[in-house]
Design a protein around this ligand. Structure first.
Ligand SMILES: *[C@@H]1O[C@H](CO)[C@@H](O)[C@H](O)[C@H]1NC(C)=O
Length: 380
């Protein structure tokens, strides 16, 4: 606890794996008082501890096990998922199951478009001619949500979307719906965290090495770095992809993990970071500056490449930690006060979190909001 900022410290950590180059599932908590704090409602944690609501209304029934009954629909705001992101369709009751979110009714039946309070539109699924957008005119009460999880470098600027969306759903902290997660901060020291068994020094799961997607910086660093330290590489680049069920166990068996973002943008701290943190592996990060990471995670939970003058110096530091268990274990000190847990089991469930958070938001926020230019915001 020594070096923690104790007061009014909003600490947000991303602790969950998502799809390649995307996922953001943020933990959020406020250190002050070592308990959950009220946060601005647009950042309100998805995962609530106080879940004593005795809501046993029929609408808590998994929506996809019953055909939609219009009579139930108006009990809660309706969130229409216009297209399932990357065809990842989840059970409509998962928000209740995983996050205790039950503030809206998630549907994917386009026939109910006219009743939907909000429509969630996944940017990557929008066609260039906009022909697959929902119909106009939209009902006056309906809000459209722009759902996007890639960094600006990897975002297609489809023309015509500028002023259509009332709300944004993103990893960015300044999005209308910013997907974050509360870390559980404990008043009393947390016992029992054990550093998982390690049989590898440094690992990297990587598939995308195409410089055009903005991966140039990390490849350049890697080319130099690998001359000085052994790196176990998994993924398409090495021709040994991991199965879903091998993903976390393999990650956890490495002392360090290269959390190299494909492009460098504010708040763009992805599953490449969340994953190792959640499984008890120390991330070696290349991404936005250290200060940005520290808004999400304890300062002693990761190693930042910018803290080293060269790849060689970083390699030497990791090799030194490899021989010094005591020094290595200091990267887990923060776990005496903070629990990092993943609520989902496979890395490709990232979208559940986003959609659940959108559901929670529209359950709480009913206000009118004029569309704003998403690109001006996103690319600024
Ligand atoms: C959403 O934005 C559109 C475009 O600016 C606007 O016409 C509409 O009234 C807004 N709707 C709501 C409910 O905020």
């Amino acid at each position: 606890m020594t070096s923690w900022r104790m007061h009014q410290y909003l600490l947000i950590i991303t602790v969950w794996l998502g799809g390649i180059g995307t996922c953001m599932l943020f933990f959020q908590y406020n250190w002050s008082g070592c308990s959950f704090q009220t946060v601005p409602s647009d950042l309100a944690p998805v995962f609530r501890q106080s879940t004593t609501t005795s809501d046993t209304s029929p609408s808590t029934t998994p929506a996809d096990s019953h055909p939609e009954k219009p009579i139930l629909l108006k009990e809660k705001p309706i969130l229409l998922v216009w297209v399932w992101p990357e065809n990842f369709r989840f059970d409509l009751s998962d928000c209740q199951t995983y996050y205790n979110i039950d503030g809206c009714r998630i549907i994917d039946d386009r026939n109910l478009y006219n009743q939907a309070d909000a429509v969630l539109i996944f940017h990557k699924a929008i066609s260039w001619d906009l022909s697959n957008l929902p119909p106009s005119p939209r009902p006056p009460f309906q809000r459209w949500i722009w759902f996007h999880v890639e960094s600006p470098t990897n975002t297609h600027r489809i023309p015509g979307l500028e002023n259509l969306f009332n709300l944004t759903l993103s990893y960015r902290r300044d999005a209308d719906i910013s997907v974050r997660y509360p870390l559980t901060v404990s008043k009393t020291p947390i016992e029992g965290f054990q550093i998982p068994k390690k049989d590898k020094l440094l690992c990297w799961f990587v598939s995308n090495t195409n410089p055009s997607t903005g991966t140039g910086t990390r490849m350049k660093f890697y080319e130099e770095f690998k001359k000085h330290i052994n790196i176990d590489i998994f993924g398409n680049m090495a021709g040994n992809g991991l199965k879903d069920e091998e993903y976390f166990p393999t990650m956890s068996s490495c002392k360090f993990y290269l959390s190299f973002e494909n492009s460098i943008h504010k708040d763009y701290i992805t599953e490449k970071f969340n994953g190792p943190v959640s499984v008890g592996t120390v991330p070696v990060v290349l991404g936005p500056p250290r200060e940005n990471y520290e808004q999400f995670a304890p300062h002693n939970s990761f190693i930042h490449v910018n803290d080293f003058a060269s790849p060689l110096e970083l390699a030497n530091y990791l090799l030194q930690l490899d021989k010094d268990d005591e020094a290595y274990s200091r990267y887990f000190e923060w776990r005496k006060h903070v629990t990092a847990t993943r609520h989902l089991t496979t890395w490709n469930q990232e979208f559940v979190t986003y959609i659940c958070h959108a559901c929670e938001y529209i359950g709480v926020h009913k206000e009118y909001k004029e569309a704003h230019d998403i690109y001006k915001w996103y690319f600024s």
